[in-house]
Design a protein around this ligand. Structure first.
Ligand code: ADP
Length: 620
């Protein structure tokens, strides 16, 4: 059983008090008893001397003795006066007279020779004793003196017995008073000790409660002590300590939350490992990159979590050489490309950061790089083809072809066509570059998209007619206005229609449709109100894997065919830039049973909003 400090203090104080009071009581009682006894002894001595004085005439002479009344009656009378038992004992121990015994009973009284006080008086002249009287049965204080007559022939012992009853009664009374006094003092002491224990332990228990609240995370927990003693000092020190602790915790948690905010908002993946390669920390970007959760990864060996041989090798090198490393890895099946920078943090113990790996997703960078490289290669190739052709025919002409008018006319015609093609490519490239560099400003005016479609169709109709295509138009009535650049949107439509005509064998059908798409906020991504324009053909179609790439510069599904049909490979790239410059989207789908469907979605001008000023086409 554990006792509280208050109980311990109270019990210890009470124990000390009980012991103290008991010892004090015993000592006080004993000294009072001795004092009373000494007092009684002195009184008895005086009385004995007085009685001896009274009895002396009985021993002066035989003549005098005959004149006094009988011994027994004198003794009895003196006994009454002296308030004590008086006994006269002969030198042989025989009782001559006794105030406590009737005269007729005197012969039956036991011989007193062996009584201690009588023996002492016989030898020394005086004797004292305390004991229970055999004659009266009371506890009695005896004093005996030896009396001798004038001629020293007869010796008697005078003994006075003072019953202790009165003394004992007085002592009992005294004891009671003492008990009462000690009892009252004890009760006061108990009260005081409880108060003392309480006042001593109250601040301590308050401190314990405040410390518990502090431990439970209550920031307002504070120890209040009124006392200015050591306990008060302790309370102040604890308060100071708690304040400092709180400030430190605040600082640490602030640092931690800033660090967490940084880690959480980073687009780069971050992973922290200890010296054994156990994962200590991963950030949300890394969770997304590797499709693992923080809970799954933390505390586990990184190779178990990620299982990428190249990454495992990199981490092993970093942990063994304790030197920073860099590498690039490819994730499958996502095909994402990650650049890893591994640096050493230096932790040598468990749960201490030893290596920090930062993962940059460079998939987009690599894609753009590839596009750029492809573009450069494509431009060179596209320009070289007509140039080589021109050069070849010019050389042929110089080699004698010019002498034959028919051949030279044919060669010059080819040279003209190739020059036109070169010109077309350069024009398209120039336009694309202008759009990309933001030099082309898109006008923003409310447009009836139906009218734009009709105008473009009128322009393209002869071209379609040449190949015997059927042109079908479905324009929904009351289409909302689109905020855009009429000329550029017309170019989008003509590029799409031109492709549809080009890539559809003769006698095909081409459908141009436009309808309204109301805004929807139900799905996860809210779609704004827009107008959808589609150009569908029954032509050769585009294989599914090529569809996302046809909007890239110079990307052509069938290069030879495109070139043969006079394509530059830049038409759809221009379309995409213009549509996105209008805040819209463009994509291609397959058409059943054959052909393609190009879809352009343009946002509708918000009602009541004035037409916007021209805006540059975003560069990409
Ligand atoms: P091009 O000048 O070669 O037509 P584009 O950028 O307009 O260049 O088109 C890119 C490629 O997309 C074309 O080479 C062709 O392979 C494919 N393509 C475009 N439109 C169609 C279509 N309507 N049907 C089939 N293929 C198409």
């Amino acid at each position: 059983m554990t006792l509280s400090i208050r109980r311990k203090v109270t019990l210890a104080t009470l124990f000390a008090l009980v012991c103290g009071f008991t010892v004090a009581g015993i000592l006080a009682q004993r000294s009072l008893e001795q004092q009373e006894l000494a007092q009684s002894s002195r009184t008895l001595e005086v009385r004995t001397n007085l009685v001896a004085y009274e009895l002396r005439p009985l021993f002066l002479s035989t003549a005098a003795r005959s004149a006094v009344p009988p011994l027994q009656s004198v003794v009895r009378e003196l006994g009454t006066k002296a308030l004590a038992r008086i006994t006269l004992v002969a030198s042989d121990g025989r009782v001559l007279a006794d105030s406590a015994v009737l005269e007729e009973n005197l012969p039956t009284v036991e011989n007193h020779r062996t009584r201690p006080e009588i023996q002492q008086a016989m030898t020394t002249g005086t004797g004292t004793d305390i004991r229970a009287s055999q004659t009266t049965g009371e506890r009695t204080l005896y004093r005996a003196i030896r009396l001798t007559d004038d001629d020293r022939t007869a010796t008697v012992i005078l003994r006075l017995g003072l019953p202790m009853t009165t003394l004992e009664l007085e002592l009992a009374q005294l004891r009671r008073n003492l008990m009462l006094a000690f009892g009252s003092a004890f009760l006061i002491a108990v009260g005081l000790s409880i108060w003392l224990a309480r006042s001593l332990t109250k601040p301590l228990s308050d401190m314990a409660a405040a410390a518990r609240r502090l431990a439970a995370g209550d920031p307002a927990a504070h120890i209040h002590t009124a006392s200015r003693d050591e306990v008060g000092l302790l309370g102040d020190t604890l308060n100071q300590m708690a304040d400092e602790l709180r400030a430190k915790i605040d600082e640490v948690s602030e640092d931690r939350s800033q660090l967490l905010a940084m880690l959480t908002s980073m687009v780069e993946g971050v992973m922290v490992l200890d010296y054994r390669g156990r994962v200590l920390q991963v950030n949300p970007a890394l969770e997304r990159m590797f499709n693992v959760t923080r809970a799954e990864a933390r505390g586990r060996q990184f190779s178990e979590v990620f299982g990428h041989p190249q990454l495992t090798a990199l981490v092993s090198t970093v942990l063994t050489t304790r030197a920073g490393q860099e590498d690039e890895i490819l994730l499958s099946p996502s095909g994402r490309c990650l650049h890893i920078e591994a640096s050493v943090a230096g932790g040598e113990q468990e749960n201490e950061a030893c290596a920090v790996l930062v993962f940059h997703d460079i998939t987009e960078l690599r894609r753009l790089e590839k596009i750029r490289k492809d573009f450069v290669a494509n431009v060179s190739h596209e320009l070289r083809t007509p140039l080589t052709s021109i050069k070849g025919y010019v050389e042929a002409l110089l080699d004698g072809g010019k002498d034959d008018p028919e051949t030279s006319a044919k060669f010059l015609d080819i040279i003209l066509k190739q020059s036109d093609r070169l010109n077309l490519i350069l024009e398209d490239l120039l336009q694309l570059s202008k759009i990309e560099s933001g030099q082309v400003l898109l006008k923003r005016e409310p447009l009836q998209i139906g009218a734009v479609i009709e105008r473009t169709l009128a322009m393209m109709r002869p071209l379609a007619g040449k190949k015997g295509h059927r042109l079908i138009v479905h324009i929904a009535p009351r289409l909302p206005l689109v905020n855009g650049d009429e000329e550029r949107l017309g170019q989008v439509l003509s590029n799409l229609l031109d492709n549809a005509i080009k890539y559809t064998p003769e006698q095909g059908s081409i459908t141009v449709a436009a309808h309204h798409i109301p805004s929807s906020a139900q799905s996860s991504e809210a779609k704004p109100e827009s107008v959808e324009i589609s150009v569908t053909d029954s032509g050769i179609g585009i294989p599914e894997q090529d569809r996302p790439r046809v909007f890239e510069r110079f990307y052509r599904v069938d290069k030879a065919r495109s070139r043969e049909l006079g394509g530059t490979g830049l038409g759809l790239a221009i379309v995409k830039h213009i549509v996105e410059g209008h805040g819209g989207q463009v994509w291609v789908e397959g058409n059943l049973p054959t052909g393609s469907r190009f879809v352009v979605r343009l946002p509708v001008q918000p009602t009541g909003q004035p037409a916007l000023h021209p805006s540059p086409v975003p560069s990409r």
